[in-house]
Design a protein around this ligand. Structure first.
Ligand code: FAD
Length: 462
């Protein structure tokens, strides 16, 4: 039996970042992980592999659609699905080994196996019980299932199965128009699959700014993806390796079916705390299965903390990482803080979609006086040169104070551009602060400045 200052259960972006920061702050740290490799959902079956496939298929799209326009003539590359899978696997391997290296460098013990908490201050892994002054639950999330739909990871797959399909399907139905469904739908659409997205709500990307939802759907449709919105999936029947998806339209109760070679169920994720023994331990849980925590990520049991996808808040890797760092600071007797008002969200399609802060709908509902500064990438020289003129930057600022309240971008590198606005928001900046900052030319970032100018006297290039 070993004794630690902190044992973290789960090595996803929440857990591994927490472990590294704890060790850096001088705490004797161990991290329990049941998977064969470190890095959690994000590195193994989430952010990283999906971005590898998005990158590879974006390159294919560029070759097929834009190379010849720039005088780069010749046959477009053909797809070797096996090699693309190997590239994805290599990318995962480099990242998970990187975490292993960082654990060694920071003298963090990896306790291999599935952990349980028999009592506060103790973590059991296999037959061994380890002692810990504090325990951090960072066990993440798992795929949420849909009634009437059985995931077999062959014909009917979760995001995990969709990352490693045996072959590229001719027809794919994606259930759920959220981030994961649209990213994976994009991958297969670029690889030549006919992709139809079925969504229960009347818009794609629920919760996003309305203008972005509409603009983004138009762009995806132009790229070849089909959408059936306001449709409740009734069930999926699999016969001879093919699927039939039955759905009912909410507007008139009419029923229809779609044939598919592959059905991706992307209706969300659920907090994963199975087998930890939390009920017996007396840890309070929400109705949605999340571990309940206070403002310092402490659960209802002393010495037991929780972070990441298994607690409330957006299920995002960077939110989990921030909580991991913050809780480490708390455990080391410092002040940990996460600003939940400034957590960006990104969809890594092409163009990318990014947002931070309030949507126009939220501001209207709250009765906050606001103004909108908008700038189209068509007015951005760099974007035009790179065939990336689709989309816009939209900044929402307080009508009286000019303070930035939110930003929404569809466009090239939106996931990177958004951070300029995040930093501005962290500093409580006004739109004018961005507008008065010199931006290098020619960059996509100029579109952010122009949107900020549009909150005041107006942009230059529109
Ligand atoms: P996880 O990453 O889920 O890690 C939890 C770990 O705990 C797992 O490795 C699990 O094996 C381990 N574990 C669980 N129980 C035990 C136990 N009892 N004992 C030992 N180990 C245990 N987010 C983004 O921000 N950007 C993206 O681009 C993005 N893309 C995604 C794409 C896909 C396809 C998916 C599925 C998710 C994506 N996400 C993305 C979400 C992101 O992966 C999660 O928000 C993030 O991984 C949550 O981190 P976490 O540390 O809370 O948990």
């Amino acid at each position: 039996m070993a004794s630690y200052d902190v044992i973290i259960i789960g090595s996803g972006p929440g857990g591994y970042v927490c472990a590294i920061r704890c060790a850096q702050l001088g705490l004797k740290t161990a991290c329990v992980e049941g998977r064969e490799t470190l890095g959690g959902t994000c590195l193994n079956v989430g952010c990283i592999p999906s971005k590898a496939l998005l990158h590879a298929t974006h390159m294919l799209h560029e070759a097929e659609h834009n190379f010849a326009k720039m005088g780069l003539k010749g046959k477009s590359p053909s797809v070797d699905w096996g090699d693309m899978q190997s590239y994805k696997a290599d990318t995962i391997g480099q990242n998970t080994k990187g975490i292993e290296f960082l654990f060694k460098k920071n003298k963090i013990d990896w306790l291999k196996g599935w952990g349980t908490i028999p009592e506060a201050g103790k973590v059991k892994v296999g037959d061994e019980v380890h002692e810990a002054k504090n325990i951090v639950i960072a066990t993440g999330s798992d795929v949420a299932t849909l009634p009437g739909v059985e995931i077999d990871e062959d014909v009917v797959v979760s995001s995990t199965g969709a990352l490693s399909l045996k072959k590229i399907p001719k027809k794919m139905v994606v259930i759920g128009a959220g981030v994961i469904g649209l990213e994976m739908g994009s991958v297969y659409s670029r690889l030549g699959s006919e992709v139809t997205v079925v969504e229960y709500l009347d818009t794609i990307t629920p919760g996003m700014d309305g203008e972005v939802q509409k603009g983004f759907q138009k762009i995806l449709k132009k790229q070849g993806m089909e959408f059936i919105l306001g449709a409740a999936v009734q069930g999926v029947e699999v016969k001879n390796g093919k699927a039939k998806v039955a759905y009912k339209l909410k507007k008139d109760d009419s029923e229809a079916t779609l044939d598919a070679d592959t059905v991706l169920v992307a209706t969300g994720r659920r907090p994963y705390t199975d087998g930890l023994g939390l009920e017996k331990l007396g840890v309070s849980m929400s109705k949605r299965g999340q571990v309940e925590t206070d403002g310092h990520w402490k659960t209802s049991v002393d010495g037991v903390y929780a972070i990441g996808d298994c607690i409330a808040g957006p299920m995002l890797a960077h939110k989990a990482e921030d909580e991991g760092m913050a809780v480490a600071e708390v455990l080391a007797g410092k002040h940990g803080h996460v600003n939940y008002d400034v957590i960006p969200g990104v969809i890594y399609t092409h163009p990318e979609v990014a947002n931070v802060g309030k949507t126009e709908e939220q501001l209207k509902e709250a009765g906050t006086p606001y103004k909108v500064g908008k700038f189209s990438f068509m007015g951005n020289g760099r974007a035009k040169a790179n065939f990336a003129g689709e989309g816009f930057v939209k900044i929402l600022a307080h009508k009286e104070t000019d303070r930035i309240l939110g930003a929404h971008i569809i466009g090239p590198m939106a996931g990177d551009l958004i951070h300029e606005i995040c930093v501005a928001m962290e500093f409580g900046a006004a739109a004018e602060d961005l507008a008065l900052t010199c931006h290098a030319h020619p960059t996509y970032s100029e579109a952010v400045r122009e949107a900020a100018l549009a909150c005041g006297d107006g942009p230059i290039h529109s």
